[in-house]
Design a protein around this ligand. Structure first.
Ligand code: SF4
Length: 59
């Protein structure tokens, strides 16, 4: 499953991946750590490629 690594994501901005995900699997409250709903995720890889910091990781 995919998660946003809290040690990599600076959590100081609106995450652009929220609007990149084609199935709306990524949510964020304020500038908080984005959360990926792996029950919705179709493993397209757009968020993994889209994060400039590489904060989306497989666990
Ligand atoms: S892999 Fe694709 S479907 Fe899954 S959370 Fe990332 S952008 Fe959304």
């Amino acid at each position: 499953m995919l998660v946003v690594d809290a040690n990599i994501c600076p959590q100081n901005h609106r995450c652009p991946l929220v609007h990149i995900c084609p199935v709306d699997a990524i949510s964020q409250v304020g500038y908080g750590l984005p959360v990926i709903d792996n029950d919705i995720c179709i493993q397209c890889g757009k968020c993994t490629r889209g994060c400039p910091l590489g904060a989306v990781v497989k666990v």
